[in-house]
Design a protein around this ligand. Structure first.
Ligand code: ADP
Length: 244
């Protein structure tokens, strides 16, 4: 479902991703871990071209973008529709209700009619456990609830893949579980997901594969039980010993 082929990205002189190769099969969950500044967020942002790599190519499903050539805006917009992104800070529109936040993408980006978008948005909010909160505004919701609206919103465009960028790191500890539970349910439904997170328990329980990044490269990858209990690279061992 996702292939990154020799993707490199730099900001000025700083090389943030170096020749990244990654493959995610349909229905699989890949969790990306690594120290702060290692390039995890940039990798995720490249996957929906919020950042544009200088080299390499990315394929999602049938669509490939080759960054060694000039990429036009239309191509980017069409590519971006294939993924739903959930951000660390929920980025909800404050003047829209929960329902309107979820409807916005389908109506404005996909041209879905409002009645249909409303029905689908209500279903998605029900799915994330917020059927009682359709008409409330973000400020009336807890952080965990806002993030669940964020997940429903990302799903509203029926993306082929879901991308999560540290979705629980801005939350109070007692609100983390409800968001992880929704993510776990999505994984169990067979959604293809790439998740950047510091929640190692989630990685152990839900990931099909864990990727350890450091300094812009993928240092090591493997099944969670293998990578966590028998890391091969010294850098992985050091990182895991620091967080455990
Ligand atoms: P992580 O998610 O692993 O913490 P990031 O992908 O956010 O790492 O960042 C990787 C490196 O790229 C860091 O050194 C960061 O400072 C730098 N960086 C990220 N975004 C930008 C940007 N827009 N402009 C300049 N440097 C950036």
């Amino acid at each position: 479902m996702i292939t990154m082929n020799q993707v490199s990205k730099q900001f000025g002189d700083l090389v943030v991703l170096k020749d990244i190769n990654l493959e995610v099969k349909q229905g699989k969950v890949v969790v990306v871990i690594g120290p702060s500044g290692s390039g995890k967020t940039t990798l995720l942002r490249c996957l929906n071209i919020l950042e544009q790599p200088e080299q390499g190519s990315i394929t999602i499903d049938q669509q490939t973008v080759d960054f060694s050539k000039k990429v036009n805006k239309k191509e980017i917009l069409s590519f971006r529709k294939q993924s739903g992104m959930v951000f660390q800070t929920y980025n909800l529109f404050p003047h829209f209700t929960a329902l309107e936040n979820v409807m916005e993408g389908p109506v404005t980006v996909q041209g879905v009619n409002k009645a249909k978008a409303r029905k689908r948005a209500a279903e998605l909010l029900e799915k994330v456990g917020l059927s009682e909160k359709l008409d409330v505004y973000p400020y009336q919701l807890s952080g965990g609830q806002q993030q669940r609206v964020g997940i429903a919103r990302a799903m509203a465009i029926d993306p082929k893949v879901m991308l999560f960028d540290e979705p629980t790191s801005a939350l109070d500890p007692e609100l983390v579980g409800e968001v992880l539970l929704v993510m776990k349910q999505l994984a169990e439904e067979g959604r293809t997901m790439v998740v950047v997170t510091h929640e190692m328990k989630f990685a152990k329980d839900v990931a099909d594969e864990v990727i350890f990044m450091d300094n812009g490269i993928i240092v090591e990858r493997g099944k969670p039980d293998e990578l966590f209990s028998q890391p091969k690279a010294q850098r992985t061992k050091e990182f895991l010993s620091l967080i455990n």
